[in-house]
Design a binder for this molecule. Sequence first.
Ligand SMILES: Cc1cc2nc3c(=O)[nH]c(=O)nc-3n(C[C@H](O)[C@H](O)[C@H](O)COP(=O)(O)OP(=O)(O)OC[C@H]3O[C@@H](n4cnc5c(N)ncnc54)[C@H](O)[C@@H]3O)c2cc1C
Length: 330
Amino acid sequence: MTTTEVDVAVIGAGPTGLYAAYCAGFRGMTTAVIDSLNFVGGQVMSLYPEKPVYDVAGLFGIPGRDLVRGLTEQADHFAPHYLLGCQVESFTRHNDRIALATDGGSEVSARAVVLAVGIGSATPRRLPISAEWEGRGLSYTVDTPADFADQDVVIVGGGDSALDWALLLEPIARSVTLVHRRSTFRGHASSVRDVMASAVEVVTEAEIVAAYGDALMHTVQITDHARGTTFEVPATKVVAALGFISNLGPIKQWPVDLEGGRHLVVNSRMQTSVPGIYAAGDATEYPGKVRLMSVGFGEAATAVNNIAVMVDPAASLFPGHSTDSITLAG
Ligand SMILES: Cc1cc2nc3c(=O)[nH]c(=O)nc-3n(C[C@H](O)[C@H](O)[C@H](O)COP(=O)(O)OP(=O)(O)OC[C@H]3O[C@@H](n4cnc5c(N)ncnc54)[C@H](O)[C@@H]3O)c2cc1C
């Protein structure tokens, strides 16, 4: 078993967790950022990477993907350790350290923990063909649009991600087919209009029932329930944009106070009921809580600066102004 020793372990690589990693680095603390997804960005990257975000201070209309890129660059200035594709399951206390165990068998030992776990550990909703075709043509997100250039792409889903990705890939893919099991789409009306007016082939009340290929996929079979037909289309890439299932999962069993079984009760320092374990972002609960990224960023700063004092009682709670800091130069 590998153990990563750091000052602060941040569970969750969503916007709050990434900003917490920056804040901890700014305080001179080493950090590990752990996420069950194998990419950073939390809900922003899994649910709306292409959507413009209008209410993050100073970044009016920034696409979700660009916001996450900026947060990652900011955190990476202090080189946090990333453990992606690892769900944190349990913790044990060893003197003044907390050891986190992940489902992958790795361990992170830290002086303090920030639970930036949002609405929980996210896993993609799978298709019946998933087990056989993951990594051989089937994916759950469009991380690198260039990978879809000149490909026959089939996107499955009826929400904003499916519509956005269809529109994003239509100009670069050889073909794009959008398959949705209902007759109407859940996404924005303007996106639905744009897709209908584009070269995307739309098949509603339908589902993928089989896929064929050798090492890689080349064809999928679709059943059209409305017309009672089954047909094949070329498909070198399938994107299952069916959303993610989020679950606080193992953390529900931790001895932390929860509100409504899903949110972590914190005080004004962002401490949970367990010493050394703090929380920030969508995961927290207190009177007047507002679930927005701007609020999560503030909570991350509050949690980490209080951790700095917990780790070193002689340290100041106020981190100093970044504009005065020589550590950011260059
Ligand atoms: C469609 C949509 C549009 C939105 N638009 C806006 C907007 O315009 N402005 C705005 O401010 N907010 C918006 N939000 C809300 C915003 O996305 C959330 O407030 C924000 O993502 C919360 O960030 P977070 O880092 O706290 O949590 P999350 O983004 O939920 O990230 C938490 C991460 O923790 C990981 N995790 C959880 N448990 C574990 C575990 N045990 N082990 C390992 N990893 C774990 C999860 O996999 C996840 O990646 C929107 C949300 C949605 C769904």
